[in-house]
Design a protein around this ligand. Sequence first.
Ligand code: HEC
Ligand code: CU
Length: 338
Amino acid sequence: MRASRFSLLALVSALASIVAGCEQSAQLPMTTLAPKSDLGEAIHHLFLEVTAWDALIFVIVIVAFTLAVFVFSTRAGEAAPPSQASSDLTLEVAWTVGPALVLLMISIPTVRTIFRSQPEVAPKGSLEIKVVAHQWWWEFDYPDGHKTANEMHIPTGQPIRLRLESADIIHSFWVPALGGKRDVVPGQINHLTFIANTPGDYPGQCAEFCGLSHANMRFRVFVQTPDDFAMWQKEQLAGPATPLPNDQLAVQGAQYFATSPCTACHTVEGVSKGYIGPNLTHFGSRTTLAAGVLKNDPADVAAWITDPQKIKPGAYMPALVLPGPKLNALVAYLESLK
Ligand code: HEC
Ligand SMILES: [Cu+2]
């Protein structure tokens, strides 16, 4: 009896500390327990509801088990034969109907949330962004024509309708703070619809194994106030910045870029039209590169151009060996593309 009380106490305090740990989850960037969108909140709410029903079943089972072991068992020296009853209709109905009711209570909110997470048509006034998953980076195409990569910006308070397409194989779009995962399947268009409610910078990750650099297929979502978002969009819609005449290095870089092999794969609006790799029109305005693997600073950009596969195994960008001055000029030009 003593020992069992003690282990029950240990169990309760372990559970309590797990729950307390969840409270701290706001500091964990990949947690699903601190939702920042209506979709995330709906899923989180479902999780809590199902957990509550599970907890109820857990308590009932533990109470029945404890009673069976400590109250209704025969003691040493006691020779009462067990009851030989072969059936009990009330009991049988109870343990059939009881679990059926619990399953019903779990399935109603589950089905409701599934439908809620998959609206057939875009809600009124939604911002539709085309998301194209590539091995191993993300392309974001905005309805007014500008494109970016690996860093999506969205406003708070407006329904966001993502149209998920794949350029190659199956990927999965996942931003834990903004809601559930959704597979990105070649030859099929999937949607993800939500309203973000808190400005911030939320990490995402491809969640379906997609080859060598799957783990390096990250991205960020910048949720902004509508004003900040409008400002960002205005900057993105403008053409690429032209290097200032006194920035000699960037001017040389621009000249070199325009005739380089880079143009076969990369678009800089008005300069080149490649589409194998990310659009670089406003590359300098991004905080990271290569799908969140590197910080966007000159040293990392130079390291990337020099040997992409070393940084990101399998990356579909060839290493282009450039003499130092040319490389520095190219990096200065890319960073000037604000
Ligand atoms: C054969 C096509 C190809 C060529 C040529 C090429 N790239 Fe790339 N580039 C890519 C691909 C694909 C990626 C995405 C790699 C990834 O993240 O997995 C990429 C990524 C990049 C990025 C990171 C962009 C971002 O926002 O994440 C930069 C910067 C870049 N390339 C610059 C260059 C420069 C400069 C050159 C010429 C010296 C060049 N590339 C030549 C295909 C190419
Ligand atoms: Cu992927």
